[in-house]
Design a binder for this molecule. Structure first.
Ligand code: PGA
Ligand code: MG
Length: 221
């Protein structure tokens, strides 16, 4: 067992870039939404750097890149709805679990540790993606970017999770791929663990000074 798990009684995981490589499906939906508006595709490499603050921000960044300026509210709303429609058709078609994720989640569950999922992704997509990998039963609570009034890097979702399971924040661990996860975790009083393989706006997540870094979640267990 990884030493960071000593005294930990609850583990909260980020989804995109931590458990699943979802950029192929996210980029396909972004590009389809842009195509509906007669705009050129963004492509996976750029979408990878724009993921992390929820779907509205993702479309705002995509439109800003095409237009060279901020989109107006009506255009952004149309583009965002297009993204939700396209992504919702099959949000896991080309999405894959990262190596080590299955064994880590299985081992933590078998130890009886409560697990939570805290993503900035709209909550409607959580269940279909977890179901595609048979992971729904692993998580006692799942929060999306629209579940509460505030999303990561705000600590509110993590505080909510700790209170839900009645575990003091100091005995909780946040595992994520981006600075939003580490900042939210630190602000909530959680321990923090980062994976370097996900999406962090093109920057090393180590720069956010997490309490630990693992190359694969297999190292956790
Ligand atoms: O949808 C996003 O922007 C990122 O989602 P995540 O919080 O699971 O990384
Ligand atoms: Mg992430």
């Amino acid at each position: 067992m990884h030493p960071i798990l000593n005294d930990i009684r609850l583990v909260a995981f980020d989804l995109d870039g931590t458990l699943v490589d979802s950029v192929p499906d996210l980029a396909a939906a972004v590009d389809a939404a842009l195509a509906d508006l007669g705009m050129p595709p963004a492509g996976e490499p750029r979408v990878r750097d724009w993921v992390g603050n929820g779907s509205l921000k993702l479309m705002e960044r995509s439109l800003r890149d095409v237009l060279g300026r901020d989109p107006d509210a009506a255009l952004l709303a149309r583009a965002h709805q297009g993204f939700l429609d396209h992504y919702g058709r099959d949000p896991s078609a080309h999405t894959r679990l990262y190596p080590g994720v299955q064994e880590a989640l299985d081992a933590l569950r078998d130890r009886g540790l409560p697990l939570a999922l805290v993503t900035n992704k709209p909550s409607a997509f959580i269940a279909p993606i977890l179901a595609a990998f048979n992971l729904q039963a692993h998580f006692g609570l799942c929060l999306g970017g629209d579940s509460l009034a505030r999303k990561k890097p705000d600590p509110a979702p993590l505080r909510h999770v700790a209170a839900h399971f009645d575990v003091p924040p100091a005995a909780c661990l946040m595992v994520g791929d981006s600075r939003h996860d580490i900042e939210a975790g630190r602000a909530a009083g959680f321990r923090t663990l980062a994976v370097p393989y996900g999406y962090n706006h093109g920057e090393p997540v180590r720069d956010s000074a997490p309490d630990g870094v693992v190359e694969s979640l297999a190292e956790l267990v």
